[in-house]
Design a binder for this molecule. Structure first.
Ligand SMILES: O=P(O)(O)OC[C@H](O)CO
Ligand SMILES: [Mg+2]
Length: 300
């Protein structure tokens, strides 16, 4: 039997046992009404991490063999917007407001093309794809959205599992940093409430860094980040990137790095194929999959 078939079989066996375990826990907890029962069965199915299948397929020779082929991982780079903090929703909100003025609607196929990019690159996509470039230039669009964004950014929250993962890697001595498309002024507004988490980063590479000539999907930001680690440049094959955006996943692959994608569920599934592993949440990350020190807590 080929390694692909074994991977499929192990995924099915794993998923069934995970489903049975979750259901038995749910059903044992109290007497359930039919509606509650249905909802528990639905959540039990939801607990199956289909990302693990992608991961298992990509790592069909078993994760330890794959880890040794890949590195193992010694350094980690985090994307910021939509991965560590929930700021992507603010861009969506503001862009919906602006497009409504032109009687147009903002959708996730356009969102997918914009997210992760430098502001001016995303702005050009916005005005061109929506057909409003004759009325609103990319530069004017950036000015129009700025006041709204400045009010919203400082109210952002950390994504589930972000603080736990960053603190864990830092405690275990794994060098970590951020590489974001955000420029300095926005970075400062966004990170105001999260000084503790961001202070653990060895360094931060911003979208307006002179070394970042082109934004994601170009590899510039991730390669600059690899250079600035202690003793850098670090071999890209030893670096694991966490990303939420299609452009960011491609940037990591273009830099020769491994990438775990934590996508918004509204993103088209075709964008997940380029990632090495896809997770529903940072809370689902298993450091051992990548040869990194395991968590010592249960994650709750
Ligand atoms: O996802 P990031 O951190 O690269 O940020 C990119 C933009 O600022 C928002 O899409
Ligand atoms: Mg992002």
């Amino acid at each position: 039997m080929g390694t692909e078939s074994l991977a499929v079989l192990s995924f099915v066996a794993f998923s069934l046992s995970e489903l049975r375990h979750t259901l038995s826990l749910s059903l044992a907890s109290d007497t359930a009404s039919p509606i509650a029962l249905f909802s528990r069965i639905r959540s039990a199915f939801h607990c199956i991490d289909f990302g693990k299948f992608i991961s298992h397929s990509a790592m069909a020779d078993s994760s330890s063999a794959a880890v040794s082929a890949r590195g193992p991982i010694t350094h980690v780079i985090f994307d910021m917007d939509g991965l560590l903090i929930d700021t992507e929703k603010f861009y969506t909100e503001v862009q919906e407001i602006i497009l409504a003025r032109y009687n147009k609607t903002f959708d996730w196929s356009l969102k997918a093309k914009m997210m992760g990019k430098k502001a001016i690159e995303a702005a050009k996509v916005f005005v061109e794809e929506t057909g409003i470039s004759d009325s609103l230039s990319a530069e004017q669009f950036l000015v129009e959205r700025e006041e709204m964004l400045q009010k919203l950014f400082p109210t952002n929250e950390l994504m589930p599992g972000a603080s736990r993962l960053v603190k864990h890697l830092h405690t275990k001595g794994v060098p970590i940093c951020v590489a974001t498309g955000s420029h300095r002024r926005h970075f400062q507004l966004k990170t105001q409430p999260h000084g503790e988490v961001f202070s653990l980063m060895h360094h931060i590479v911003l979208g307006d860094d002179p070394e970042v000539k082109q934004g994601k999907p170009a590899p510039d930001g991730f390669l600059a980040a690899a250079k600035r680690f202690e003793g850098g440049p670090v071999d890209p094959s030893k670096i694991l990137v966490f990303e939420d955006a299609p452009s960011g996943v491609l940037a990591a692959k273009n830099a020769g790095m491994s990438v775990v994608m934590v996508p918004d569920p509204r993103l088209d599934k075709s964008f997940l194929d380029a990632a090495d592993q896809v997770l529903n949440s940072l809370l689902d990350f298993n450091p051992s999959d990548w040869g990194l020190p395991p968590f010592e807590d249960s994650g709750n």
